[in-house]
Ligand binder design. Structure first.
Ligand code: ZN
Length: 289
């Protein structure tokens, strides 16, 4: 009897998930990157899982009147930021903080971690970021060393750096639903390898790193690439990767974006690792048309 009722429960759970994709919201409209090209790719990659129904809200252009930009965060289980631009209004910031404290999901994608150096709660959500503000109050530089995320001694200097776009190896650092079943080391398609990220660095589970080569303007540290961050009851997935569409064709980027967004939305990952996932020495890309 117990087994039978469990099976019915499992069936209903599965049926329910399949019948009702998770509502997700991508925010764009201002970015020092080509958001007009990357947002449709983000939307396609999320919707092809069958798990998400994705809306997009586009802000006014830089310097425009932001007073009418009022996303309804509470209508969504996860918000994905492809935004790096003018500050949101105090009301929108407060609404987003309320949404996250209540258990919302958030995905910080690439240059979204360059946004809002003045917004301390946002920086707690993303953990660390690459804005150029040299103010040490933003927090120290963080990187991976001796099995964990560490910070240097609050040395001064600009945050955020990367070298020329080249393929690089990503190393998984922690068992987590997002990275479970992935190869320990995998080769990412040519992309910007972010380094010198600065911030409060609280409640971060560091999922994956990449070595920032001093021969390519790098820091000489193993830098955070993928992070899971707790913010009150909310969950944040932070990927520093995906500068442009060619980098987004990497199956490693695709699978971690899809898995990380599911985790941010629901706290679980139900997706299988794709068979064409990259290996330690070979990139794997997919056409995105
Ligand atoms: Zn970039």
């Amino acid at each position: 009897m117990f087994i039978r009722s469990s099976c019915i429960g499992l069936f209903l759970l599965t049926w329910g998930a399949a019948a009702a994709p998770v509502p997700a919201l991508i925010i764009d409209g201002q970015n020092n990157h080509n958001w007009q090209e990357t947002t449709p790719v983000l939307k396609k990659l999320l919707e092809e899982t069958g798990l998400f129904q994705v809306d997009v809200v586009t802000s006014p252009p830089q310097g425009g009147d932001m007073s009418g930009f009022t996303p309804e965060f509470s209508n969504y289980k996860v918000v994905i930021s492809n935004y790096n631009g003018d500050p949101w209004s105090p009301e929108v910031k407060a609404a987003f903080e309320t949404y996250m404290r209540a258990g919302g999901g958030f995905v910080s994608y690439h240059a979204a971690d360059n946004a809002f150096p003045e917004w301390s709660e946002y920086n707690r959500m993303i953990g660390i970021g690459g804005w150029g503000d040299p103010d040490l109050n933003a927090g120290p530089f963080w990187f991976y060393k001796d099995g964990g995320l560490v910070f240097d001694d609050y040395s001064p200097g600009k945050a955020g750096n990367h070298g020329a776009r080249k393929p690089f190896q990503v190393t998984d650092r922690r068992m987590h639903p997002i990275t479970k079943g992935l190869p320990e080391v995998w080769m990412h398609e040519a992309d910007e390898l972010y380094s010198k990220l600065r911030g409060p660095g609280k409640n971060i589970t560091l999922l994956a790193t990449a070595y920032s080569d001093p021969g390519n303007s790098g820091s000489g540290h193993h830098e955070p690439m993928l992070m899971a961050i707790g913010y009150s009851k909310g969950r944040v997935f932070h990927t520093t990767m995906g500068h442009d569409v060619p980098a987004m064709k990497c199956v490693g980027f695709i699978a971690t974006l899809q898995r990380g967004t599911e985790w941010a939305a629901t706290g679980q990952v139900t997706q299988k690792v794709p068979a064409d996932f990259p290996t330690a020495d070979k990139v794997s890309i997919r056409p995105l048309q």
